[in-house]
Ligand binder design. Sequence first.
Ligand SMILES: [Zn+2]
Length: 329
Amino acid sequence: MIVKKRGKTLEMMRLDALLRRLPESHYKKGTVQNDYKKKISELRGEREVDYPLGFLDDKDYLILHNVRLADVNGYFQIDTLILTEKYILILEVKNWYGTILFGENGQVTRVGDDQKEEGFANPIPQVKTQLHRLQKWIRSRGMPAIPIKFFVVISYPSTIIKSTSPNNIIPNEVIHNSQLFFQIEELSSKLPPSGLRMNQLINLSEQITRCHVPPTENILGKYNLSMDDLIKGVVCPSCMGIPMIRAKRKWFCNKCNHSSVNAHLIALNDYKLLIGDIITNRDSRSFLLIESSHVAKRLLKGANFKAIGSTSKRRYELTLNLNNQSTSL
Ligand SMILES: [Zn+2]
């Protein structure tokens, strides 16, 4: 049973909004575009594991995706966590493609289609650290000890995993996605009962879900950008032209002649994703490119945003979340 979904769409939506609002000529455009592509491929890779996990019996396995927990050292993140009565399983998903070589001293090199070599950190110590932190986290909650196992799952079936010489052994925990279901079944049949019952695991899964801390991302800060770097204005929902012009209580597009009553909501959603939940009348005018504070007030009030503070310092809480802004993958 999937107890916790990935919920990474917000990160994608932020990147999507930033791409839309960053001019083509901006020196950070390429970096943001690359990060966007990487994120898509990362998400696709993670979703590859859904297929084998779909064969696991719902009543025996609790699945939590994208878990981020706090401990004394900060936060640790786990791609997928599976709870079952005999053990807990950590899955670290790698969307590596091409040929992966395990070399001396655990060095990992990827050779791409273009024969270019790229070095990676060995995933085993990384997952072992997660395992150690998770073990401590569970213990600190007064739960009985339960064995924790892990797999590094190579998500793409075409990826070749090799060692550079017979002396360098590919760790047993590194597996292809296609082996995942069988490896889990084998673990489940091999390990002795841990003494933990399903109701205790459900309790643990609820604690984990409750304690999950989504990364609070200040995306402009991350790329060292400010409001000044962004393209302002209301985007035309029909031709994506920007800005639409406010006239006669509507938004008009000069490029395609489309008119819209509520196109500003999409722009305000961009504001929320990129800058924050709170907006003042002045900020809304500079972002939507409107001059009249009365118009701005009418738009903000008309959208039923919660008003905070007195008349002169009134701010509005942008509570909208437009699903049509999410990126389809
Ligand atoms: Zn248009």
